[in-house]
Design a protein around this ligand. Structure first.
Ligand code: FE2
Length: 383
């Protein structure tokens, strides 16, 4: 079936109108089309990078002619007198003729929120399979993208094995904690993560800008009583807030919180970001929640501060709600990864008998998405 069956130009040449077989019209601006020309003078054939700037496009650019075939439309731009062909499939894939959304808090199409019911189907794969099968890896990476959390089983029980996990898709993000950090009981710890106390679910390092977007926690020893890990979907919390207490959602997304960490000598990390971050289009893009590193909140107007604290408390209560959490106990050689811009992680308290030794590190989501996109180019999208 043809994608578009007719191509018209508005009388001023400013807009191309394509019609699909159902009679639905899709509009494209002349300036947008010219900027997205795929010819070798506009885009490098090798890497696809653009060779012109928007300033190089004549300000009075119009589409003077349009010729439609089954698979392409060829346009003539004036005043350049330039002919450019566009794949109809590409135009269909990149159409933008929709009404601007008024809803805030919407989700990207490749994201699915969850609650405790994910316990039965928490994504998990065997490390050997992930290392040897691109489709297995693609499915796992897709699950991380969709749910913001996934486990790996059957890995090495040696120190440093977490780097083998990161190597599946990207690179370690080094911080002042080093390339990795040890998580086990210590005397006189500088950070509560290194004690046996339970920790409220949180996202890591909200005091960094940008935050580490992925965290891997890898288990090497775990014979203590307790010490389970649990995860909570911050996007589900944001959705619930939006539905049940929209004024809480608004105040947490419209005003910045402040985060700070200065536990180590020579380190003073500060950031100013909202606890619920939206894109300019209103899409939910990040949640930051960490009671331990929340600094004095000074960006919320006096009149809104009481409301802000009600919203912050409600967010915290939801973080503590077992109905929203998925808990599991890692065995040696197992690990989990979280999207640290979305999924909060927690650890229940544990006793001093036995041993608990985890290693953690950070990585970045862009490289994970890149690896997934490359695999999907070969095998198609994973569900
Ligand atoms: Fe943490």
């Amino acid at each position: 079936m043809p994608i578009f069956t007719s191509a018209q130009i508005t009388h001023d040449g400013a807009v191309l109108v394509l019609q699909d077989p159902d009679g639905q019209s899709v509009r494209y601006h002349a300036i947008w089309l010219r900027d997205n020309a795929q010819d070798p003078e506009t885009r490098a054939t090798g890497n696809g990078q653009k060779l012109i700037t928007v300033s190089d496009i004549p300000v009075d650019t119009v589409v003077a002619e349009a010729e439609l075939s089954a698979t392409d439309v060829t346009l003539t731009f004036q005043p350049e007198g330039k002919n450019v062909s566009y794949s109809l499939q590409w135009l269909a894939d990149n159409q933008y003729d929709f009404k601007a959304g008024e809803e805030t808090g919407c989700l990207s199409a490749d994201v699915e929120t969850w609650d405790h019911q994910l316990s039965d189907k928490l994504p998990s794969s065997d490390f050997t399979e992930l290392s040897s099968s691109e489709t297995c890896l693609g499915q796992w990476l897709s699950d991380v993208q969709r749910y913001g959390v996934a486990k790996i089983t059957g890995g090495s029980k040696k120190s440093g094995a977490l780097f083998d996990v990161v190597s599946l898709f990207g690179y370690v993000r080094e911080t002042n904690y080093g390339k990795w950090f040890e998580v086990r009981s210590e005397v006189n710890p500088t950070n509560l993560a290194y004690t046996g106390l339970g920790l409220q679910a949180h996202t890591d390092n909200p005091y960094r800008d940008p935050v580490p977007t992925l965290q891997i926690l890898y288990c090497l020893e775990n014979s203590v009583a307790g010490g389970d890990n649990s995860v909570v979907d911050g996007f589900r919390i944001a959705e619930r807030l939006k539905a049940d207490f929209p004024e809480y959602f608004d105040v947490l997304s419209q005003y910045s919180a402040r985060f700070e960490y200065k536990g180590d000598d020579g380190v003073c990390l500060r950031s100013k970001r909202p606890m619920i971050e939206l894109s300019p289009e209103g899409e939910l893009i990040a949640v930051r929640f960490n009671n331990r590193s929340c600094a004095a909140l000074t960006d919320i107007p006096f009149e809104k501060m009481a409301l802000y604290y009600r919203a912050y408390r409600h967010f915290s209560d939801m973080v503590n709600d077992p109905a929203l959490a998925v808990s599991f106990k890692l065995s040696p050689g197992e690990c989990f990864i979280v999207d640290n811009t979305r999924v909060l992680h927690a650890r229940n308290s544990f006793e001093g008998t036995g041993s608990r030794w985890l290693q953690g590190c950070y990585a970045q989501k862009d490289s994970l998405r890149s690896r997934l996109a490359v695999i999907e180019q070969q095998y198609g999208a994973f569900q």
